[in-house]
Ligand binder design. Structure first.
Ligand code: HGY
Ligand code: MN
Ligand code: MN
Ligand code: MN
Length: 417
């Protein structure tokens, strides 16, 4: 019987890659990429696929009140808090196949190895797929993990609406009913894991530039999301004289220019993104009554986020081209630094499969940003080609993924033993 100490060598690279491809086929787009928006039909099918894999390995499959899915493999001492490994399976609208998915499949491959090789371990292991990490359909993101970690209220999450006016709570109820009909075990309440580990693609260029298959993530930068509505007055595009116009597009344009100017003095770590912008009533020959846009603001230091938050609120209180602005903070997540005790386990583990493993701070948020508030948490990265992500061209090399999963397995073996 294989000992837990040899878990990472026992892991079957081909099965890992088969699992990557199986999950990638759910919500696949032509000619490439995937679409699995939170709680849509494909995202729910991915849950059923994962549940089937777990059941076939003898795991107990639970889901909680947010639709987070857990595959549990008992250890010799069921009273111990489980090691939790996982990530998310929901995606951006036109995404690559590995953002989040690789971290779930990595957990599954460790479960598969433990089960098929009959490896004994003291502590239980749970592999998790968190609900709505991306926030692309229902903002803000990381719904499942933030609720599990007590960072967001259940009712607030359920009230979110998607672009078609569908309420998160209604989409969630469909998902929970599906899981119940499949006979999965409902375990509503969160629990305190022993530790949480997440493997994720880097979604940046650093590891590829260093030529390294794995990296240790020491923390995640903070992220604020805003929605801004600029209110003018609709009117005839051709007859309304200049001085009588209250054009919401002009107002938004001026306000965006001022917001960007407010960030100009910041260091190069700052990230300011306007990813959505819409006009209403959205007619070629009608002056816009309303302009609505979002801001995604990120920085490793909370003080910088707080300073810009105050400036953004001050700018939103002014008039712009005769229009009023209304700023709503839709998400504020503080930066986190992972504990050195767990990073040390990752250094030793990753160091056993790869020399000189680099360490970096994550530019993207992950479910780990919330789990860090409930248990020792840390992450591993593996490179994706040119750092491209949130795009169908997202690509990982099988060999890199395998090294990174073996590093994760080695860390798991130390925490399960
Ligand atoms: O936006 C993010 O950082 C994550 O990929 N959802
Ligand atoms: Mn992700
Ligand atoms: Mn993502
Ligand atoms: Mn390739």
């Amino acid at each position: 019987m294989t000992q837990i100490a040899h878990l990472h060598e026992a892991l079957d690279g081909q099965r890992l890659w088969d699992d990557v491809q199986s999950l990638a086929s759910i919500g696949a787009l032509e000619p490439r990429g995937i679409r699995r928006l939170a709680l849509d039909e494909a995202d729910n099918r991915a849950r059923l696929w994962l549940a089937e894999q777990g059941a076939a390995l003898g795991c107990r499959v639970h889901y909680d009140a947010l639709g987070n899915l857990f595959l549990r493999r008992e250890g010799q001492d069921a009273s111990l808090a489980p090691l939790l490994i996982g990530s998310h399976m929901d995606s951006q609208p036109r995404a690559g196949a590995h953002d989040g998915a690789l971290g779930v499949v990595a957990g599954l491959s460790i479960l598969r190895t433990l089960s098929e090789r009959g490896i004994a371990h003291r502590r239980p292991l749970e592999v998790v797929a968190w609900t709505n990490e991306e926030g692309a359909r229902f903002a803000p993101g990381a719904s499942g993990s933030s609720w599990f970690a007590g960072q967001r209220e259940y009712e607030d999450i359920l009230a979110a609406l998607d672009g078609d006016g569908v309420r998160f709570g209604d989409a969630l109820q469909e998902c929970l009913t599906l899981l119940e009909d499949k006979g999965l075990e409902y375990r509503p309440a969160p629990f305190e894991p022993h530790a949480f580990l997440e493997l994720h693609i880097e979604q940046g260029p650093i590891l590829e530039q260093l030529g390294k298959p794995v990296g240790i993530v020491s923390g995640i930068q903070g992220v604020n999301w805003y929605r801004i509505e600029v209110e003018g007055m609709a009117n005839h595009a051709g007859t309304t004289p200049r001085q009588a116009r209250r054009d919401a597009f002009d107002g938004a344009h001026e306000l965006v220019t001022a917001l960007k100017a407010a960030t100009s003095g910041q260091d190069d770590d700052l990230r300011f993104t306007i990813g959505t912008f819409s006009l209403w009533p959205d007619a070629v020959n009608t002056i816009a009554q309303r302009a609505t846009f979002t801001i995604d603001l990120r920085h490793p230091r909370q003080a910088v986020l707080d300073d810009l938050d105050a400036r953004f609120h001050a700018l939103a209180r002014r008039q712009w081209s005769g229009c009023d602005a209304h700023l709503t903070v839709t998400s504020r997540v503080a930066p986190v630094a992972f504990p050195d005790s767990l990073l040390e386990v990752l250094r030793e583990s990753a160091g056993s499969v790869c020399p000189e493993v680099p360490e970096l701070v994550s530019g993207a948020f992950h479910d780990a940003i919330h789990l860090a508030h409930v248990c020792p948490t840390a992450m591993l990265f593996t490179p994706c080609r040119a750092g491209i992500s949130h795009h169908p061209d997202e690509h990982i090399e099988r060999e890199d993924a395998e090294v990174a999963v073996r590093a994760l397995a080695e860390a798991a073996s130390r925490l399960l033993a």
